[in-house]
Design a protein around this ligand. Sequence first.
Ligand SMILES: Cc1ncc(C[n+]2csc(CCOP(=O)(O)OP(=O)(O)O)c2C)c(N)n1
Length: 558
Amino acid sequence: MSQMTGAEAMVRMLQMHGVKHIFGLCGDTSLPFYDALARLDHGMRHVLTRDERSAAYMADGYARVSRRVGICEGPSGGGATYLLPGIVEANESSIPVLGITTDIATTSRGRYALTELDQEALYRPLTRRSEVIDRADKLPEAVRRAFRAMTAGRPGAAHLGLPFDVQNGQVAQADVWADAALGAFPSSRTSPEEEKIKKAAMLLASARLPVFVCGGGVVIANAEKELAALAALLGAPVATSVSGQGSLAEDHPLCLGVVGSNGGTLPTREVLAQADLVVFVGCRAGSVTTERWRYPAQGTPVIHIDADPMVPGTNYKTEVALVGDAKLALRMLSGLIKDPACQGGKDLVQKAKERKFSEFRALAARDDAPILPERLVAALHDVLPRDATVVCDPGTPCPYFSAYYEFLEAGRHFISNRAHGALGYSMAAGVGAHFGRPGTKTVSVMGDGSFGFTAGELETIVRLRVPLMMVVISNSSYGWIKAGQKTGFGARYFSVDFSRTDHARVAEAFGVKAFRVEKPENLKAVLAAAAEHGGPALVDVITQPLQDARAPVSEWVA
Ligand SMILES: Cc1ncc(C[n+]2csc(CCOP(=O)(O)OP(=O)(O)O)c2C)c(N)n1
């Protein structure tokens, strides 16, 4: 029977699941795996990163735009612990990312081998599935299990550990096979029970003002068209969480925009408050989206559609829980609704948006220096193509872009790490998003705090000529926390300020085309030049400190 090594089998298994990119960083325990990647003809590109955290964020950004499993890898010990933040973020955000960590030989376990770590235990609570493969002949089935765990049902992350001796062990060629469909998500869809759909359809048809609140699950399920059809049939406003942006194009007459404490505004909250039925779709109704479970008010009748049976009923008493795929559920509902009672949904949306955007436009037109965040959002919107992908870090970027940047196409055009919100996500996730959808412009918007976490990756960006546009919002502080100290702790500022870095010069030293803008009148032209530059470009924008801004944030502690 013909055989191959465990490392070769790993490469073939990834290839058979349709993998095209692997993001990662080398290590001694990874040598057999790297050698197999070097020797075999597999058609996959390895993207060498400068930090495993970035590799995982790249795999995450890649998965979000390509709808395919993102792959990242690192060695044992520090590699395994550094890969972790991105795996956790992806898992909690329902994004399939496979983290491969190589490991010391199974025969060295318990003998104080350098970098030894119980990887399976480390990753188990943070993934859909974590498995350190102890025998080479078990490798193919472990990889198949991991892909199924990541893409069937609610998507999420998985971890596979590859001990050194397992990489060098023997695998029968005949065992190396895969179902290629598991490389994309969702790989299987289940529909909710018909009886429950009928009940939900009745409630929807008779509601005076049903309002949808969509989370990330709509785009994950690729249910944008079905949502638009049902909303139009009902005439019902559609709000989203931060992650739910892209559920409906923002110039759609029923698209209300983002609600919640991060990116929500009073006019949007007021529409939601009038709802006599709220439909959560692929949304966990968490603290941020619901402003600590106050909007919608407790007692508002709720229909909840979610792929995860644990979500409905957790935060709101639920009339009908539709457990299953959002695309199927929304389509089934549309098929049953006749003569809906809702009227005036479009009017309410239009008035709310007029109020919200007239306040925004007034601020965006101001010539203040440091530059107001509103002006930056408006200028970027003016210069970027409508199908651009914007990746936002926490701090100033997330609420401002969520509230005011209008994504005119449905689908994945906004990305942020909303599960854990670790600083330093957007630069690497932007690189991954570029590889996942190279034909469109990708822009990463970060605070200067985030820049400090991730600056080393500028080398990767230059080496690989990634045409990523980066915008640094420079206010020389951890602004979000400073704003929290101002609002909730008597402006007793403590340990939140740092010195101003010249981010443009740092970027130039790496070989990035860089610009610095202080004057508002120069902003748009500089952003346009950076957007048109064919290679990597960074714009350092000296920006109004967040604690002085009129941020669309109702609570600084989520
Ligand atoms: C890894 C990590 N540590 C701490 C935090 C807590 N935190 C949330 S926002 C923020 C400040 C962000 O500062 P910056 O990136 O400069 O953006 P700004 O708020 O100034 O716009 C901090 C420290 C975090 N989100 N992630």
